[in-house]
Design a protein around this ligand. Structure first.
Ligand SMILES: Nc1nc2c(ncn2[C@@H]2O[C@H](COP(=O)(O)OP(=O)(O)OP(=O)(O)O)[C@@H](O)[C@H]2O)c(=O)[nH]1
Ligand SMILES: [Mg+2]
Length: 451
């Protein structure tokens, strides 16, 4: 990323019309630039109403100026915020003036990167900011906030300390190779291992839930025409998103809805019914249905309850390749046959029997989708997390197990200590103590500009 000595600036609010637009400036020249534009020295942590003028002294906007001197600021540097009016032209002119006065345009995430480099945030917290902004459900937002508040990092740091204690214990023996390992010692060690492993597993469980909440689940509803696919989408969404008629071939374009099931964000796509057709519009609709199925985590193949299941299985396998994604048959319209809603399996494929019209059996489907996603419902232990955190925790956990095995089974102290070092390294990647520039570029580059 670019030179961290520069003073950077960006519009921190979204583009378009709005009540307020904020231009944020960070770096050594922030207050000089603000002063030259307003003619007033910025006052620490105080909002000052002023005119913002260009380099010729012509006012471009008026609003509030706020000054947060470093290190007590978001980035750890001097930060000035200019709160002007939220029009595209006026905010861009304000930014252009700031740039003309000596600041450079900030890259995406550059403010947060500086906060990280200046130890105002660790990497987990920085990622939590982006995840909070992008969260797809209230549960995901709450989990991200917990991580932003430092709960995730705190637990990682605690585990690091426990691993250090374990290493110290073992390395002490390494320093005195003639001393035998006493039974009391090994018991104490076993307890320490158990405590650390429990902590690691709890954290892993919370992080896994957080990672699921962050990514959500993509579900495609497909199957023959008139089976009730659009009705099922409407039932899941809780409103009339898709047109439903008794005419087969009603849906043509795939219809996407973002919904939240008990906090789990789901991107659900209703598609055109699949059948033989000569209608070019319908053929294009079916091509799009297939394309949507290819990308989905989970496929719901909706059929009428009266349809023969063996034939449905053949149809499903012919129409889509169910391998690699979860394909489930939904037998719809149980209200017509009087059967009870149920879930069962046929030939290794899950079947859910329900009625999109009455809603009977819908809770079975919701539970099923949550199970597929690995979502156990929101808990206070759910933390905003990403796949990379889960992978690092899994590596740490495996290294811890190997360390104990080396110790207990082989009395290989050095190897055990080495495994513990490996576990610590994996944990330090989470908080960003050890990171590559590539990873930083990837994480902060995905932020929005001005954050
Ligand atoms: N009795 C009953 N009728 C249903 C049920 N679900 C859908 N229907 C009816 O079945 C017909 C087709 O429903 P849609 O939801 O449009 O079916 P679709 O699979 O989206 O159809 P296409 O878009 O044409 O592929 C409509 O008349 C619905 O009212 C159900 O659970 N029970
Ligand atoms: Mg439809």
């Amino acid at each position: 990323m670019s030179n961290s000595q520069d003073t950077i600036a960006a519009i921190a609010t979204p583009p378009g019309r709005g009540a307020i637009a904020i231009v944020r400036i960070s770096g050594a020249d922030a207050s000089t630039i603000a002063r030259s534009m307003t003619g007033i020295p910025p006052i620490e942590r105080q909002a000052t109403l002023c005119s913002f003028c260009d380099r010729e002294g012509v006012p471009v906007d008026q609003g509030l100026m706020l000054f947060f001197p470093g290190p007590r600021s978001f980035t750890g540097e001097d930060v000035v915020e200019l709160h002007g009016h939220g029009g595209t032209i006026v905010s861009e002119t304000l930014l252009a003036t700031v740039l003309a006065c000596g600041a450079r345009s900030a890259e995406p995430g550059e403010f947060a990167l500086r906060a990280f480099l200046n130890d105002k945030l660790d990497l987990t917290q920085a990622e939590a900011i982006a995840d909070l902004i992008d969260s797809g459900s209230q549960a995901a937002a709450r989990a991200a906030l917990r991580s932003l508040e430092g709960r995730f990092s705190h637990q990682v740091v605690e585990l690091q300390a426990q691993l250090t204690e374990l290493r110290v214990h073992i390395e002490a023996w390494l320093d005195f190779p003639d001393e035998e390992l006493e039974l009391d010692d090994t018991e104490e060690l076993r307890d320490r291992f158990a405590t650390t492993r429990d902590g690691l597993h709890d954290l892993l469980a919370g992080a896994r839930q957080g990672a699921v909440l962050r990514t959500g689940l993509s579900v495609v509803i497909a199957g023959p025409p008139n089976a009730g696919k659009s009705s099922l989408l409407n039932r899941l969404a809780g409103y009339d998103a898709a047109i439903v008629t008794h005419i087969p071939g009603t849906t043509r374009d795939p219809l996407r809805e973002h919904i939240s099931l008990d906090g789990l964000p789901i991107n659900v796509i209703d598609t055109a019914g699949l059948r033989e057709s000569a209608d070019p519009i319908e053929i294009e609709g079916m091509r799009r249905s297939h394309a949507a199925v290819e990308k989905a985590d989970c496929l719901l193949w909706v059929v009428e309850q009266a349809a023969d299941l063996a034939a449905v299985l053949c149809e499903l396998r012919e129409a889509v390749d169910p391998s690699g994604r979860r394909a489930t048959i939904v037998q719809n319209k149980v209200d017509l046959t009087g059967d009870d809603a149920a879930t069962f399996e046929i030939d290794g494929v899950g079947v859910i029997r329900l009625s999109a019209l009455t809603g009977e059996g819908l809770p079975l489907l919701i539970e099923y989708l949550k199970t597929i996603a690995g979502y156990a419902g929101e808990a206070r232990s759910t933390l905003g997390a990403r796949t990379r955190h889960v992978a690092a925790l899994e590596r740490a956990s495996a290294a811890l197990d190997r360390a104990q095995a080396q110790l207990v089974q082989s009395r290989a102290l050095e190897l055990a200590a080495e495994e513990l070092r490996g576990a610590q390294l994996a944990l330090s990647e989470i908080t960003g103590e050890v990171t590559s520039d590539d990873l930083l570029g990837e994480i902060f580059g995905s932020f929005c500009i001005g954050k």
